[in-house]
Write a protein that binds this ligand. Structure first.
Ligand SMILES: C[S@@+](CC[C@H](N)C(=O)[O-])C[C@H]1O[C@@H](n2cnc3c(N)ncnc32)[C@H](O)[C@@H]1O
Length: 195
């Protein structure tokens, strides 16, 4: 499927249900989750557009209850199956995170993951969902990667964008560069504790 235009914005290029039916997807968690997931304090975790659960499974194995929001029914069924087989504390929920104001679970999370899903409005709402001391982990491709792929799309982070994206949180770690042939960026923020 080609990239399309909707409301003046380029929409997601893929029919993810069809994509997941036909293709394998990595089961290893992404870099920022491997490195910083173990530092998430005790408590529930929210995985946004969590796909087939590669990050959620890793975090659930660390002892977190993980709520995974996702639009693809194929991916949600896969996570449900993983939950059944493993007994891990996974809660896959259907959600459209492209809505102007998507329904997000209330409560405060010890960790939030947004991996390879660029939604700036959503990112801006995440600080309020974090508990003090909680970590937000984001990883994705940048415009440099879009250029390498010959694409023009807002669904890639701008160069340096994440560094200043969330001024109410403390940026603990940030890096970008060529990893596994693609230009990627990742960032880790912490919600300050009061006082
Ligand atoms: C590149 S994949 C990343 C999946 C996962 N975060 C990971 O790193 O494995 C993008 C995911 O976003 C999901 N997605 C796309 N549009 C969405 C929407 N409007 N609401 C929720 N999820 C969406 C897709 O179904 C897909 O699973």
């Amino acid at each position: 499927m080609g990239e399309g235009q909707a409301d003046g914005l380029l929409i997601m290029p893929r029919d993810w249900d069809a994509y997941y039916r036909k293709n394998d997807w990595p089961t290893e968690p992404v870099l920022v989750v491997r490195r910083f997931g173990p530092l998430i304090p005790e408590g529930p975790v929210l995985d946004l557009a969590g796909g087939q659960g590669r990050n959620a499974v890793f975090l659930a194995k660390l002892g977190h209850r993980v709520t995974l929001l996702e639009k693809s029914e194929v991916a949600l069924a896969r996570v449900q199956e993983l939950k059944r087989q493993s007994g891990l504390a996974l809660e896959p929920l259907s959600a459209d995170l492209e809505l102007l104001k998507p329904d997000l679970p209330s409560g405060s999370f010890a960790g939030i993951v947004q991996s390879y899903f660029v939604q700036r409005r959503l990112l801006a709402r995440l600080p309020e969902l974090l508990m003090p001391g909680g970590l937000l982990l984001v990883e994705g491709f940048t415009q440099r990667e879009a250029k390498r792929r010959g694409r023009r799309s807002p669904r890639y982070w701008h160069d340096g964008e994440l560094k200043d994206a969330l001024p109410t949180l403390q940026l603990l770690a940030y890096d970008e560069g060529w990893i596994a042939e693609a230009y990627r960026v990742w960032a880790v923020w912490q919600k300050p504790k009061p006082g």
